[in-house]
Write a new protein. Sequence first.
Length: 221
Amino acid sequence: MTLIPRRKRPFSKYLTKVYTTLIESFGPQGWWPGETPFEIMVGAVLTQNTNWLNASRAIDNIKAAGLLDPKKLLCNQRKVPHLVKPSGFYRLKSKRLLAWCDYFVAKYQANVKKMKKRNLGSLRDELLTIKGIGKETADSILLYALDRPVFVVDAYTRRIFSRHGYFDYDAPYDKIRLLFEHNLPRKSKIYNEFHALLVKLGKTRCKKNEPLCSTCSLQHI
């Protein structure tokens, strides 16, 4: 699996050009949607294996029930599968969401400030021990809910950069993550915006099937 950039241009310079080009094309994305860190955490769990529209419908159900609080969700566990049904795999996701709530309450008393005080590496390792929390979900929570500088790698990232010849689509998650983190300023704001821009590009241009390469702003950089 190739992880060293195949092109002659240094990867750091290429990433800078990609970032500025996408900002010019799409503008700031204001991602991740959520009024509170906990809402973002819930969204990161519910958006697994589905699109954001379905996840947001499930979050709206939780809000309408007045249960967008980890302690309230834990006290109303029987209602959770029905509330998260729009996100798909609702029985599995309800278990994962409740496992997250149990961890968040038991370990940190549902206090985001306490989580933010932890060493980033130790906290990430801790999150990955929670059932149903994989690397992409953990990193989304760290970046978007906790404002920690971790680059999120998703299918859009893999698709875009493998098509441009910088690494293989199936390269290990953490090797891709570190490749970005080592070649970008270590700032959560930049990682946040960059990931959101790649999602936008993947949805509108670099599609899984029938990509619109001729209209892609990265085509000639």
